[in-house]
Design a protein around this ligand. Structure first.
Ligand SMILES: Nc1ncnc2c1ncn2[C@@H]1O[C@H](COP(=O)(O)OP(=O)(O)OP(=O)(O)O)[C@@H](O)[C@H]1O
Ligand SMILES: [Mg+2]
Length: 287
């Protein structure tokens, strides 16, 4: 696991005896799971055009958990949809592990989404006619992949859906439906899991379970999680929080705690985005 929640001691702050005598070996930069460069997304035309994303540059590093926060309408869902290849940006580049998504045919992009990306939607997007089990296995079925029964059992246990597999979404509570959506995203062991407010409909205990589950997929399985949330407590499970306003990244917090997140959100509410004011945290901070 990356020790992101621990402050990294600055060499100058160490006692003289503890300072390394030789130059440390260069550390390989962390791999980038998803990279966005100059990403813009404009909905509509002319006077009614809305720039939901207005030039986003960001790297989601492999094996890290990033929370995306910001006011309603700031572009969080649009960012997730573009990063996950569910929506094509109007300009700019999105790369998944180096692959430029714009260069893929629709068929190749669909295959990539089914096998390498998990997505938990703001509205759960479950198929009402299918059982819980069938919903969870839908990505595997669509990808014509063999059903991994052990993985299914593990995911179902992790999200606490044992005994619910034969039920249909309409027979479940909102929280249970959200857990089915999360199980579905995890079922194919994707490289990157995007979650749009995965705990919005959950009580605090169930939310904590889901957040621990997401944290574990990062720490144990080296998966990458990108999660939109309005909740500072949920965001504090992440290694990093990025703040969006008016389609731009305007702030960035490493190893966040609840108080720091809440005060950044309050500050964001006071002053809206200022162009060019954002200086991203350097990647070396993650090494
Ligand atoms: N399909 C669409 N057509 C037109 N405008 C859209 C569309 N989707 C989003 N928008 C607009 O783009 C902007 C960003 O929307 P987005 O859904 O990304 O915001 P958000 O940060 O996820 O908000 P929330 O917290 O309410 O979910 C908003 O002004 C929204 O009205
Ligand atoms: Mg949204």
């Amino acid at each position: 696991m990356l020790l992101l929640n621990r402050p990294v001691p600055c060499p100058a702050a160490l006692p003289v005896d503890a300072r390394p005598t030789r130059a440390a070996a260069p550390v390989a930069p962390p791999a980038v799971a998803v990279s966005l460069r100059g990403v813009r997304k404009v909905y509509g035309r002319g006077n009614s055009a809305v720039a939901a994303l207005d030039g986003v540059d960001f790297d989601f590093l492999q094996g890290t958990f990033t929370a995306v926060m910001g006011p309603s309408g700031s572009g969080k869902s649009t960012l997730l949809h573009c990063a996950a290849g569910l929506d094509r940006p109007s300009a700019g580049t999105v790369r998944l592990a180096g692959t430029d998504l714009a260069k893929l045919s629709e068929t190749a992009l669909t295959k990539l989404r089914r096998t390498r990306i998990g997505f938990v939607f703001q509205a759960f997007n479950l198929v009402g006619a299918l059982t819980v089990r069938e919903n969870i296995l839908l990505p595997s079925r669509l990808a014509h992949a063999r059903v991994d029964r052990r993985r299914l059992a593990e995911v179902v246990r992790q999200v606490g859906l044992d005994g619910q597999l034969r039920r249909r979404p309409a027979e479940l509570s909102g929280g249970q439906q959200q857990r089915v959506a999360i199980a579905r995203a995890l079922s194919v062991s994707p490289e990157v899991i995007f979650c749009d407010e995965p705990t919005g409909a959950l009580d605090s205990n169930t939310a904590a379970q889901v957040l621990r589950l997401l944290r574990r997929t990062v720490d144990r399985d080296r998966q990458t999680v990108v999660m939109v949330t309005h909740d500072p407590v949920a965001a504090s499970y992440a290694d990093r929080v990025v703040f969006l306003a008016d389609g731009r990244i305007v702030d960035d917090l490493l190893a966040p705690d609840v108080d720091a997140i809440a005060s950044r959100l309050a500050r964001l509410g006071e002053s809206r985005a200022q162009a060019g004011a954002f200086a991203p945290v350097r990647e070396e901070a993650f090494a």
